[in-house]
Write a protein that binds this ligand. Structure first.
Ligand code: AR6
Length: 171
């Protein structure tokens, strides 16, 4: 799988599937979640409500992912995932990794071959950006998936610079 690091807005990505940094309720929020629902229109929220009613009455668990169509976005699907909130007292790394892993599994089920991820948990959920990038790259580099291209979309230039630095760490 090819991994690309770019600076940009997740809602503008021309890929099969964009990932939403959602929450358990699946009913919208701030950050990426707000941007996706604003740009994608009411169809996405209607499908999220239906998912809550049918498959996830108690909400989508942390680390899990589920797809809807993408409304007015250029992508075909939105894959909603729930990142962990950061806590110094508890290591939730496996849950953050799980967001990327389960999103790729959903992409495979959909037949999506290109996917764009935001830096899950690194905004409102306060995960340190360098480690959020490290965990994302670890999963993307080791994933067993039919996805051809994964784009990690960094919101600002400083985060893109950081991502390039973290990406070079391994050698
Ligand atoms: N495109 C790409 N990246 C973005 C965009 C955008 N349009 N907007 C923000 N970012 P966050 P989380 C970056 O807070 O930490 C919501 O209320 C941002 O700078 O969107 O997982 C949900 O409903 C940061 O680096 O997601 C949940 O309640 C990264 O995307 C909660 O926030 C993720 O920031 C989830 O918090």
């Amino acid at each position: 799988m090819q991994i690309e690091l770019i600076q940009g807005d997740i809602t503008a990505q021309h890929v099969d599937a964009v990932v939403n940094a959602a929450n358990h309720r699946l009913l919208g929020g701030g950050g990426v979640d707000g941007a996706i629902h604003r740009a994608g229109g009411p169809q996405i929220l209607a499908e999220c409500r239906e998912l809550r009613r049918t498959r996830f009455p108690d909400g989508l668990p942390t680390g899990e992912s589920v797809a809807t169509t993408a409304g007015r976005l250029p992508a075909r699907w939105v894959i909603h995932t729930v990142g962990p909130t950061y806590a110094t007292t508890k290591d939730k790394t496996h849950l953050l990794q799980s967001c990327y892993r389960t999103s790729l599994a959903v992409a495979d089920e959909l037949g999506a071959t290109s996917i764009a991820f935001p830096l899950v948990s690194s905004g409102i959920y306060r995960w340190p950006k360098d480690d959020a990038i490290r965990q994302a790259l670890y999963v993307l580099r080791t994933a067993d998936t039919a996805v051809h291209t994964a784009t990690l979309v960094l919101y600002d230039e400083a985060t893109l610079t950081l991502a390039r630095r973290v990406s070079d760490e391994r050698d």
